[in-house]
Design a protein around this ligand. Structure first.
Ligand code: HOZ
Length: 423
């Protein structure tokens, strides 16, 4: 009988259902997960790993979190999809609009890609303009117009511009360097009246982790207001991750539209976009911007998301995650310094980036200059010791509340050993 990996390659492109799950770039077979609990994954061979991928962000409380699972189990018995409205969705929309400063109204969809794609259409419909600005290295899902100079899997596999995307589809997408306010102002001075929106990850988390420089987000807010363009925050990763109200709460910059996903589904497929009422009322059935979905707002994802968000509101989750993140980053910084390894460690709260580079990494260009090969070595050495990092430097390391002090200390011990024999 052939191995799962052999079977997978015969029936799925690259043996996976999303490129980031492939370990091809690190010269390995993917991990086929059998089960996961808390901060740990077990693969089909029975090998256990401390997981720093956390499903790429949704699992802020770790895997199979009992309070969420219980609510979902209750919900399943009542039906899994109706294709009709529910009181549950209303309650969830109320919860989201109370939590995220920019949301007056919200529309649920099924993924982050759908959320960003729909927000762009809405911005164009509302402003009656066609051009959009995105930043190099930001990844907003895989819709045609946003698949330009992207990070994440597209960059890992060497296709930041995808085949199959027509030049027509991206002719109105202007790509600028992240953290470069001047470049934004210049483009607005030239095309300001034609620009519908800027879409940005307020903390870029798909090219490793790159934080916004002081004043960058506020600058985007100012220039979009001046030219009556919309500012869209893609908070699919940062929403409910870096603060209860997302990066917009953390930095005090309120966009016109916000895209959400990941955490708001509590481990189930979901997405959402929302913002000012006058903009959201452009969406069908109220307005002329069409967008729809059979499974949108399905009770299972909504139940898991609602319980997750309720639990996030209680307790001191964000303080806890911030200290865990700082502990890991500071620990690694000290280890690297003591061994003379040139590392840049970036991070906000439970999001961390590791770049093998001598210079500060604050934009796509510098991300590309950091050593991909050294990161890949680091990944492989960690995996051998049971620590699962993202298999690409163009992704982010995630911590959940399930990562214990013991887990973090164990990780630092491994990093100390790995960097001991470095060079
Ligand atoms: N944003 C996620 C990784 N950067 C997406 C996960 C995926 O592409 O499968």
């Amino acid at each position: 009988m052939s191995s799962i990996w052999e079977r997978a390659q015969k029936v799925m492109p690259g043996g996976v259902n999303s490129p980031v799950r492939s370990f091809a770039k690190v010269g390995m077979e993917p991990i086929f997960v059998e089960s996961a609990h808390g901060a740990y994954l077990t693969d089909e061979r029975g090998q256990k790993y401390l997981d720093y991928i956390c499903s790429w962000g949704p699992l802020i409380f770790g895997h199979s979190y009992e309070p969420v699972i219980e609510k979902v189990a209750e919900c399943l018995r009542k039906g899994t999809s109706f294709g009709l409205a529910t009181a549950l969705e209303v309650e969830f929309a109320e919860l989201l609009t109370r939590a995220v400063p920019s949301l007056e109204m919200v529309r649920l969809v099924n993924s982050g890609t759908e959320a960003t794609m729909s927000a762009i259409r809405l911005a164009r419909g509302f402003t009656r303009r066609e051009k959009i600005i995105k930043f190099a290295g930001c990844y907003h899902g895989h819709s045609n117009e946003l698949l330009v100079a992207t990070g994440s899997g597209a960059l890992t596999f060497g296709s930041p511009e995808s085949a199959g995307v027509t030049s027509h589809a991206v002719q109105d997408t202007l790509v600028l360097p992240y953290n470069d306010r001047k470049a934004v102002e210049k483009v607005f001075a030239e095309y300001g009246e034609d620009i519908a929106a800027i879409i940005v990850e307020p903390i870029a988390a798909n090219m490793g982790l790159v934080s916004p420089q002081e004043g960058f987000l506020a600058g985007l807010r100012r220039v979009t207001k001046e030219y009556k363009a919309l500012l869209i925050f893609d908070e699919v990763i940062t929403g409910f991750r870096v603060a209860y109200g997302g990066a917009q709460e953390l930095y005090g910059v309120i966009p016109d539209l916000t895209c959400l996903g990941k955490i708001i589904g509590g481990g189930f497929p979901i997405g959402a976009y929302g913002g000012r009422k006058e903009i959201m009322e452009m969406i069908s059935p109220l307005g002329p911007v069409y967008q729809a979905g059979t499974l949108s707002g399905n009770p299972v994802a909504v139940t898991a998301g609602m319980e997750t968000i309720r639990l996030l509101k209680q307790g001191h989750v964000y303080d806890q995650l911030q200290s865990k993140g700082d502990y890991l980053r500071n620990g690694l910084r000290q280890i690297a310094k003591s061994k003379g390894v040139k590392l840049q460690i970036t991070g906000v709260g439970s999001l961390t980036g590791v770049f093998f580079s001598e210079e500060i990494v604050d934009c796509y260009e510098k991300v590309l200059k950091a050593s991909k090969e050294l990161y890949q070595n680091f990944f492989r050495a960690n995996l051998k010791k049971g620590i699962l990092l993202p298999p690409s430097p163009y992704e982010t390391i995630f911590i959940s509340t399930a990562h214990t002090q013991e887990d973090l200390d164990g990780t630092l011990e491994v990093w100390n050993g790995v960097l001991n024999t470095w060079k």
